[in-house]
Write a protein that binds this ligand. Structure first.
Ligand code: FAQ
Length: 330
């Protein structure tokens, strides 16, 4: 069914001996942990993989503002409203650094936006779920930002310089986001029985989609083997998912909440949790555009792009005028 996805891991990854001299020299620099910078030679596949991943990451940060933006006007206190505003603003900043990092690879912001709006480029599946209660804002910070950090800390060591440097700042901000989410959850579980129930309900709805954020299982991941050989990814999708479960289950226990997985069990031999199978059918349906909020998210992005046309035109006219004045003065 998902023929495009079900390529075996490792297929197509060349060994050093199979590479042409230029490509071998490139791979040897990566193996020696030397960062690759935009103007240096790189294989076309490396460039394309980075544009795909960085632009999808940028789109996720931008689309990711929508579910939380939904609660800015309804935050329970002025302090919570200010914190949420700052967080959502941070996500916009992350999107912008990431678009800039991708632009160094020779793709324009307009092209990337066009790819998002035409459905060619993806954004994270997680942002196609609705935020029904205030507890969802806590669950997003705790679980979604928690999963994002687990995935993004290793990306600080990515072989491509601009992406790796962007990730350093992003990760610092993400840890503030994760803590503010956990803080909301703490407040709710210590509140009334209804508030604790709201927190449990949010965990029930966000747990599995958070595990899906790490991508398909290693056997079905199309890009992992090559991306790991190129030093773009440092860990496989399943490795990071397992680390996230191991980190998060004790946090749920501390909150007094139940993780909605009957198969979740501590494995003393592995010193790690065994957990149930992700519903991959749901994951691929969301990727195909059939999640609960895909249509709404894309409509919001399209409207923002169309509504901003006059502003982009104004900026261009201003830049042209400045350039003409500068030339006349020379
Ligand atoms: N959703 O072969 P793989 C955030 C696609 S955090 C949608 O394993 P890869 C912070 C994948 O693109 C969220 N699509 O792919 C925040 C590929 O399709 P393609 C963003 C997914 O690239 C918090 C196909 O499936 N973080 O925004 C997903 O090696 C709160 C096959 O998969 C990043 O983007 C998914 N979950 O590994 C903001 C991190 N998973 O491109 C606001 C950087 C897989 O061939 C509020 N990205 N796909 O058409 C990565 O680390 C990687 O790209 C993975 C996927 C791990 C996501």
């Amino acid at each position: 069914m998902y023929a495009q996805m079900v390529k075996s891991t490792g297929e197509g990854v060349k060994s050093l001996e199979e590479m042409e001299p230029q490509e071998r020299a490139f791979q040897e620099r990566i193996n020696a942990d030397v960062k690759i910078e935009p103007k240096e030679w790189m294989p076309e596949g490396y460039r394309k993989t980075l544009i795909r991943q960085i632009s999808q990451h940028a789109h996720s940060e931008i689309v990711g503002q929508l579910p939380e933006g939904n609660w800015i006007t309804r935050a329970p206190t002025l302090e919570r409203k200010m914190i949420l505003l700052a967080k959502v603003q941070d996500e916009a900043g992350h999107g912008l650094y990431l678009y800039c990092a991708a632009e160094t690879l020779g793709v324009s912001r307009d092209e990337m936006t066009e790819q998002l709006l035409s459905g060619k480029a993806k954004y994270s599946s997680i942002f196609n779920y609705p935020t029904l209660t205030w507890a969802d804002i806590g669950a997003i910070g705790w679980l979604v930002d928690g999963a994002a950090i687990m995935n993004q800390v290793p990306l600080q060591r990515c072989s491509f310089g601009p992406y790796s440097r962007a990730m350093i700042r992003i990760c610092k901000e993400e840890s503030f986001h994760q803590r503010q989410g956990y803080d909301i959850m703490m407040k709710l579980v210590k509140g009334t029985p209804e508030q604790k129930e709201m927190a449990q309900d949010a965990l029930n709805r966000w747990w599995w989609p958070s595990l899906m954020m790490f991508g398909p299982s290693d056997t079905d991941s199309v890009h992992s083997a090559q991306s790991m050989a190129w030093g773009i990814k440092q860990n496989s999708n399943d490795e990071l998912r397992q680390k996230f479960v191991d980190q998060t289950v004790p946090q749920a226990e501390y909150l007094g909440l139940n993780v909605p997985d009957p198969d979740l069990k501590w494995n003393d031999e592995r010193k790690s949790y065994d957990f149930g199978e992700v519903d991959w059918n749901e994951f691929y349906e969301v990727l195909k555009g059939n999640g609960p909020c895909n249509a709404e998210r894309m409509a919001a992005r399209r409207k923002a792009w169309d509504d901003g046309a006059w502003f982009r035109e104004g900026l261009m006219a201003h830049a042209r005028k400045k350039e003409t004045r500068k030339m006349a003065a020379e």
